[in-house]
Design a protein around this ligand. Structure first.
Ligand code: 13P
Length: 256
């Protein structure tokens, strides 16, 4: 059975003080509970080490929100996979819609980063998702197929053990408009079938597919309760223990 992954994407939020306090509050929330779910937080680069020191001892994994695909050299402003490993990062979010649409990252760049991250020993949380106009034009599945094929080009079945997919419909991110449980389940089932067709049924069964887009305590249990939803990638609601704690607990309850 797939273990839930409850992941927080802090985006460009928090300060050293508030980020460390959040990490400390989350550590208090999970400490000593031997949780049946995995918990991951992804703070901004400058706070990764401090958050790792605070949350890591309670068993919370720490991930970055981006990385570069080259190992080192003249790439001003970029951060390598080895640097992230060096400070104790376990994971990296790649292909987030804000990087695709605001920073103009393409599938080719996302694929290079995905391969470099896996080869360097990071778990990749690969985000895919359609725009509202794409959904309205009935292009959701075609967009997902293209982003999956592009992001996972030349990624082997064995390497898929280090990949988590996050379905994040762009129209549901930060808008308060959540995909209905049925809409999420339909997209997740489609992604799982894509994995079975491209790889094997084992890869499809083992790969976790998270839902992201306005997840909050009030809707977490229903979304996580869908057959093909294996966790959540949470933005706004991951910024307080009062919101992220109950989302973790929804995964715990459903794991019982
Ligand atoms: P919100 O939960 O704020 O909608 O953000 C979702 C997201 O983009 C997580 O990566």
């Amino acid at each position: 059975m797939r273990r839930y992954l409850i992941a927080g994407n802090w985006k460009m939020n928090t300060s050293l003080e508030t980020g460390t306090a959040l990490a400390s509050g989350l550590a208090d929330h999970v400490r000593g509970r031997d949780l049946p779910v995995d918990v991951l937080v992804c703070p901004p680069f400058p706070y990764l080490a401090a958050v790792k020191a605070t949350a890591g001892e309670a068993g919370i994994s720490v991930g970055a929100q981006n990385c570069y695909f080259e190992a080192s050299g003249a790439f001003t402003g970029e951060v390598s996979v080895d640097m992230l490993k060096d400070i104790g990062c376990d994971s990296v979010i790649l292909g987030h819609s804000e990087r695709r649409h605001v920073l103009k990252e393409c599938d080719d760049m996302i694929n290079k980063k995905t391969k470099a991250a896996i080869e360097g020993g990071l778990q990749v949380v690969l985000c895919v998702g359609e725009l509202l106009e794409e959904r309205e034009a009935d292009k959701t599945e075609a967009v997902l197929d293209e982003q999956m094929a592009g992001g996972l080009k030349d990624v082997s079945a064995e390497q898929m053990a280090n990949v988590v997919i996050a379905y994040e419909p762009v129209w549901a991110i930060g808008t308060g408009k959540t995909a209905s449980p049925e809409q999420a389940e339909q997209a997740h089932a489609h992604l799982r079938k894509w994995l079975a067709d491209r790889y094997t049924s084992e890869v499809a069964e083992q790969t976790r597919i998270l839902y992201g887009g306005s997840v909050k305590p009030a809707n977490a249990k229903e979304l996580l309760g869908q057959q093909n939803v294996d966790g959540a990638l949470v933005g706004g609601a991951s910024l307080t223990v009062d919101n992220f704690g109950p989302i973790i607990d929804a995964g715990v309850e459903l794991s019982a």
